[in-house]
Design a protein around this ligand. Structure first.
Ligand code: GLA
Length: 698
């Protein structure tokens, strides 16, 4: 059980999660100082740490040690997590403690400025089955006459204990190359991780992990955080020459300002933090547990095997073609059939039609319902692609409402993929978006929406609005609200989050969606790296992964069907190839592999994931769930023709025996742990295998 203790003498709070501990205190100036984040401590032990007051340094240094939300003001020279300007031009805050609430598993620390009627609350929420600490902040302007300008309001600042070195792990990429894991020494500097795109972004994900340079996959201390926000964000990691490191982060990018009118407040998104003593793998499994337990709405469901024809047909969708594909997909064992872009308005290419959300009468003369009924008759769910935030200028919607898009007076309207962004922060635009989505879902018995967003925000203005930069927050909140309302009204509706692939994958979008379209790049070799990065934070059940055609459309690489399947089977499997061109042999093989996936699916989607590394290019993931173990191993190339040798498994009972479900072979746990599992890899390039073991009772 988590518990929260307050020790009044020292003005110390001790927050204990399932296996870790976090401590903060108030100093003599009522500043909330960081004390500890890591291994469990008793109150007495934490008290000792509060006595270690940092030395004042020189007259050129910041004073007082790390803060829970590093504000601007006084002798503070690091990156500020809270920057405000009062109406008379004064900058910075000076705090007075204004009480705290300890309620269930939430701590709220209230601070008030000593002079101006500005208040700040720091929130900490714990869960009894997780080591994740959810933190956020609220800033309130209690002045009844004057506004306050907020130049930065982070959710939280995080501090590491002092270590000999610091290394950061983070995710970088772009369209078609999301979630590339990078590890680098933290420079003695300020390093900014950010998205200025109005979207979580393909380029950087608001997840970070720090270690002292010695952590490995299954051992070592790792401190990591993830921001629950789907718009622009900024995290500043700093390492001082004195040997301290920490970071501060929240929504919005640099240069935006938000005005709090009298009585207004601003609440930040949650910034979740996790300390793990179990290495990068332990941290990932703890995140996966948290996502399942406290983020996803339907974590216990298995994600269906879906079919999506985007790669096969592009914009050429019509009722006969989709019926044909649906019939083929159903025969393979597909459970959800998704019609992608091209079904509506004048959307025959990416130049036109976005915004006109009625079925294209040439392509679907009787609307979508006959196709939806046919898909249901075939025993599959019916899914549809939508992109509610966007509009092509060549559309009836834009011709009727040119003022509905984000724009600025006397600035151009930059088109990206020939489209503009609708300002959904406007109540009329949001009401329109909700209404057509609701009608569409109801009328066509839609089970699943692929919710896409194919461009970044530019000219994000809101002419006439008193606080125009608000749109960077309100746009994101509006998208979340529409999703929430749709889901509340349609409890069986499931949603896939997509933004040109993995451009919107974060803890906030996963609160109202069920899976993520990981990347438009479906090349299985590239996907191994993408999936490796994605899995640092997110569990396999939310990772959409399709098997598509060979050669791959993005990379022209040729790979065997089995290899493509084995890579995609490490996530929520989908099929995205042109089934009309698959040979009978391929269809037969695919049918078998889909059946195998359904057998291993509970283990992959609900199990604990262990990333394994073999020799050469061999990598693998092991999933364990109850008495079952599934290993998916991939070997893209074999240098010198060498075989990678046995793969050492992990997290098994050395005293137990395990039976291979396919070959019947018996293995001892101790041998698998210490000497490894010999892999029956086919010859040549792009070799892969799947092993499904069950622990047997002797
Ligand atoms: C984005 C998505 C693709 C597909 C296209 C349709 O790029 O990521 O999967 O839906 O849009 O235009």
């Amino acid at each position: 059980m988590p518990h929260l203790l307050y020790e009044a003498d020292q003005r110390l709070w001790l927050l204990s999660t399932a296996t870790t501990c976090y401590a903060i205190r108030l100093d003599e100036h009522d500043v909330v100082r960081h004390v500890h984040w890591g291994a469990p401590l008793t109150l007495d032990q934490a008290r000792v740490l509060t006595e270690r007051i940092p030395s004042p340094g020189s007259s050129f240094d910041s004073a007082g040690g790390p803060e829970e939300l590093a504000v601007e003001g006084g002798a503070r020279f690091g990156p500020a997590g809270l920057q405000v300007r009062f109406a008379n031009g004064t900058r910075g805050v000076e705090w007075r403690f204004a009480g705290h609430d300890l309620e269930d598993a939430t701590l709220r620390v209230h601070l008030a400025d000593r002079h101006y009627p500005l208040r700040l609350t720091l929130h900490y929420r714990l869960h009894d089955d997780s080591d994740v600490i959810e933190r956020w902040a609220t800033v309130e302007n209690h002045d009844d006459r004057h506004p306050v300008t907020v130049q930065r309001c982070d959710s939280a600042s995080w501090t590491l204990p002092q270590r000999a070195g610091y290394r950061v792990s983070h995710l970088v990429g772009g369209w078609n190359s999301e979630f590339q894991l990078r590890r680098a020494d933290v420079p003695v500097a300020e390093t900014v991780f950010t998205s200025r795109r109005g979207m979580t972004s393909h380029h950087a994900n608001p997840w970070l992990a720090l270690d002292d340079g010695t952590a490995a996959e299954e051992h070592g201390e790792v401190w990591s955080t993830a921001l629950a926000w789907s718009g622009s964000w900024r995290i500043t990691l700093h390492r001082d020459p004195t040997g301290r490191a920490g970071w501060t982060g929240g929504f919005g990018h640099e240069g935006l300002t938000w005005t709090l009118t009298p009585g207004q407040s601003l609440e930040t998104p949650v910034f979740a933090g996790l300390y793990s003593a179990g290495g990068f793998g332990g941290a990932s499994r703890a995140w996966h547990g948290y996502v399942r337990g406290h983020v996803l709405s339907h974590p216990d469901e298995v994600r269906p095997v879906l079919y999506n024809s985007w790669e096969a047909t592009g914009f050429d969708v019509d009722e006969p073609g989709q019926r044909n594909l649906a019939a083929r997909a159903a025969r393979l064992g597909v459970e959800l059939f998704v019609v992608d872009d091209g079904w509506f308005g004048g959307r025959v290419s990416d130049h036109s039609g976005l915004g006109d959300w009625t079925p294209n009468p040439d392509r679907f003369p009787h609307g979508l319902r006959p196709l939806a009924d046919e898909v249901h008759r075939l025993g599959m769910g019916f899914g549809l692609w939508v992109e509610p935030e966007m509009v092509n200028p060549d559309s009836d919607l834009y011709r009727a409402h040119p003022d509905w898009v984000l724009h600025m007076a006397h600035r151009g309207r930059t088109e990206l993929r020939h489209q503009l962004v609708l300002n959904l922060a406007r109540p009329d635009t949001a009401a329109w978006a909700h209404a057509w989505l609701d009608r569409l879902v109801t009328a066509n018995h839609i089970d699943f929406l692929k919710w896409d967003a194919n461009r970044s925000m530019t000219e994000a203005g809101w002419p006439g609005h008193a606080d125009p930069d608000r749109v960077w927050i309100e746009q994101t909140r509006a998208v979340h609200r529409i999703m929430d309302r749709l889901r509340a009204d349609h409890p069986d509706l499931r949603i896939e989050a997509c933004a040109g692939g993995g451009g919107r994958a974060d803890l906030a979008v996963l609160t109202r969606t069920d899976q993520v379209w990981t990347s438009d790049n479906t090349d299985p070799v590239d996907r191994i790296g993408i999936q490796h990065g994605f899995g640092q934070l997110f569990p396999a059940q939310v990772m959409g992964a399709w098997v598509t055609d060979s050669p791959n459309v993005a990379t022209a690489r040729r790979t065997p069907l089995r290899f493509r399947f084995h890579v995609a089977m490490a996530g929520a499997l989908g099929i995205g190839g042109d089934l009309a061109t698959w040979s009978e042999d391929e269809l037969k093989e695919a049918t078998g592999l889909i059946a195998t996936y359904k057998r291993i699916r509970p283990v992959v989607q609900h199990g604990a994931a262990y990333r394994l590394a073999g020799a050469g290019t061999l990598t693998a993931v092991e999933f364990t769930y109850r008495d079952e173990v599934v290993v998916l191993a991939w070997c893209p190339t074999r240098a010198f023709g060498h075989d990678p040798g046995p793969l050492r498994l992990t997290a098994l009972d050395p005293a137990a025996r395990y039976r291979d479900r396919d070959t019947g072979a018996l293995h001892s746990g101790a041998v698998l742990l210490h000497a490894g599992l010999p892999l029956a890899l086919p010859e040549g390039e792009h070799a892969s295998t799947l092993v499904h073991l069950t622990r047997i009772e002797d």
